[in-house]
Write a protein that binds this ligand. Structure first.
Ligand code: NAP
Length: 294
């Protein structure tokens, strides 16, 4: 296990991203020099700009949280999604290899088709059903094809947390305005709290882990179960009714089941991720109040 205090990390997407902002805070708590960067600090589509950023910052670690994350819009903007989700990680991987920097890149449960009915391991067959999933998977493959070992690809899912709007935040706000809501019940996944994801990712760094890891909170939920739990935790009097995916047609196809298995993460770190229900309580009690007052 290595001591990370005093090491330097740049967090691409760290000023504005849902995960990037929390990751920056949690790295600082571990006494890592954390430099959040956004589009005003570098151009993710320009190799010269990425080189200049790496030469300027001289980091030990690059965390890439930048992505094209608008899943439905990606169906119409394949080129933009490809540039951010595939070309950027490929270029970053190549430059990290050249500069001898560890790359920590985030990926998604949407690399799977959702036809399984037990949690997906890192070895399970991928088969993305959307442009977002395809471009994210291609990003993973480009990093893994570089002949560079010192990278981490962290697959995560269904993020909620402070600093930025997310599914739970939107549901709670809608529930405050309405007597009832209908939410999809036939998509099941692994809801994940960004501070937990950040801490668990840092643990992987301490153990000098390499390769692909699933990192999510434990337990599974449908969107409807997640919404119900959030509204109940906030003691809001709003009825949540389950509806099938077909009630809300979307451009992009989503996996009906994408729970991720974290056995590999636990074997390396000795940590069993805490249940998403417990993490949701922390979000509601600690973060959401401040969030709404912003
Ligand atoms: N959110 C989820 O539920 C979820 C689930 C599974 C996996 N993931 C993965 O986790 C990672 C973090 O996701 P997130 O939800 O934190 O993403 P996010 O909140 O959408 O943040 C994405 C970041 O990328 C930046 N960005 C987007 N387009 C850019 C561009 N053209 N130039 C420069 N910066 C650009 C954004 O900056 P601006 O604010 O300036 O646009 C933002 O900082 C991603 O790899 C995502 O694929 C997320």
């Amino acid at each position: 296990m290595i001591d990370l205090a005093g090491k330097k990390a740049v967090i691409l997407g760290g000023r504005t991203g849902l995960l990037g902002q929390t990751l920056t805070e949690r790295l600082k708590l571990q006494e890592i020099i954390a430099v959040p960067l956004s589009r005003s600090d570098f151009d993710p589509l320009s190799e010269a700009s990425l080189v200049a950023m790496l030469e300027r910052e001289e980091p030990d670690f690059v965390f890439n949280t930048v992505a094209y994350t608008m899943v439905d819009q990606a169906e119409d903007e394949e080129n933009k999604a490809h540039l951010l989700n595939t070309t950027l990680p490929a270029t970053l991987g190549r430059l990290c290899k050249q500069f001898g920097i560890k790359l920590i890149h985030f990926s998604t449960d949407f690399v799977f088709d959702g036809k399984k009915d037990s949690p997906y391991t890192e070895e399970d067959q991928t088969n993305p059903q959307s442009v977002y999933g395809e471009t994210k998977l291609a990003g993973e493959e480009r990093i893994m094809g570089l002949g560079y070992e010192d990278f981490l690809i962290i697959r995560t899912a269904w993020l909620f947390g402070p600093h930025k709007s997310n599914f739970v935040y939107k549901i709670v706000n809608m529930a405050e305005e309405r007597d009832n809501l209908t939410v999809v019940h036939d998509q099941n996944g692994s809801p994940t709290y960004t501070p937990d994801l950040a801490d668990y990712s840092i643990e992987l760094l301490k153990y000098e882990a390499r390769g692909i890891f699933n990192v999510v909170n434990s337990g599974k939920a449908s969107w409807c179960e997640l919404a119900t739990e959030a509204v109940d935790s906030c003691a809001i009097n709003c009825r949540i009714d389950p509806v099938p995916t077909s009630a809300y047609p979307t451009k992009a196809k989503r996996p009906p089941y994408s729970v991720l298995d974290t056995t590999k993460f636990s074997e390396v770190t000795g940590i069993k991720p805490r249940p998403w229900v417990q993490a949701l309580r922390d979000y509601v009690y600690n973060d959401l109040k401040d969030h709404q007052e912003d």
